[in-house]
Write a protein that binds this ligand. Structure first.
Ligand code: 6GU
Length: 224
């Protein structure tokens, strides 16, 4: 998979890809991530990428021309499955969307800033608009890092144990059950007996029950 990220603030975005699981996925060539600084596509001598909005009002708007130049160049080099715009008024991201994106070959992610981008960018180039929740961030950069993290860890070979992504919270519509490790007793606090029993069918039943109980308690909306 190839991910091209277009941003005005690449510094805000790079470090998550330089450590841990994402770094290893890139090193193993299971994914390639390229950062494109929108300022490099500015067409005037001030490196301007935003301007006042027509009709007046507070906040700058990202101009169409630098974004057009960047997206058009990328599109001339390969086909893209989706051109995604990160915006608080997009469709709320979830595990289902992550699963779907993880199957794609090439995607572009455009990070909005300021008041957002000129509407014509959205009308002409964008195929998918994503929000990560009902709150406002100062830009799409951190949101796009979240999308990339959730998508990249689903690519086969990225996680050491292939099955572990399948047992995540949300992957089957339920929250994940509680987990424990050694010691089996600490300051008198015990691990549930069944997990120490070696009885795999009973353990599986306990986990299913715990997942359901947790979901009812914490996220009843998921069961509707
Ligand atoms: Cl994708 N961008 C911004 N700026 N704020 C957000 C968001 C995205 N998702 C939730 N809040």
């Amino acid at each position: 998979m190839r991910i091209d990220i277009i941003t005005a603030v690449p510094e805000l975005l790079k470090s998550p890809f330089e450590a841990s699981i994402l770094k290893r996925a890139i090193e193993k060539k299971l994914v390639s991530v390229y950062f494109h600084n929108i300022r490099d596509y500015s067409t005037n001598s001030y490196n301007q990428i935003d301007d006042y909005q027509f009709g007046g009002g507070a906040g700058m708007v990202m101009m169409i021309e630098p974004i057009d130049k960047c997206i058009s160049k990328l599109k001339s080099q390969r086909d893209y499955d989706e051109i995604i715009y990160m915006t608080p008024d997009g469709t709320t991201f979830n595990q289902g969307a992550a699963n779907k994106i993880s199957l794609m070959k090439n995607i572009i992610i455009l990070c909005g800033h300021y008041k957002g981008v000129d509407q014509r960018v959205r009308d002409q180039f964008i195929t998918l608009e994503i929000s990560i929740g009902d709150y406002v961030l100062s830009g799409g950069e951190l949101a796009s890092a979240i999308i990339c993290d959730s998508v990249i860890r689903l690519i086969p070979g990225v996680l050491g144990n292939e099955t572990s992504a399948l047992t995540d919270s949300h992957q089957d519509g339920l929250l994940a059950p509680a987990v424990y490790t050694r010691p089996s007793e600490y300051k008198g606090w015990k691990v549930p007996e069944v997990l120490l029993s070696g009885h795999s069918k009973k353990i599986e039943e306990w986990r299913e029950e715990d997942a359901l109980k947790r979901t009812e308690l914490r996220r009843p909306d998921l069961l509707e």
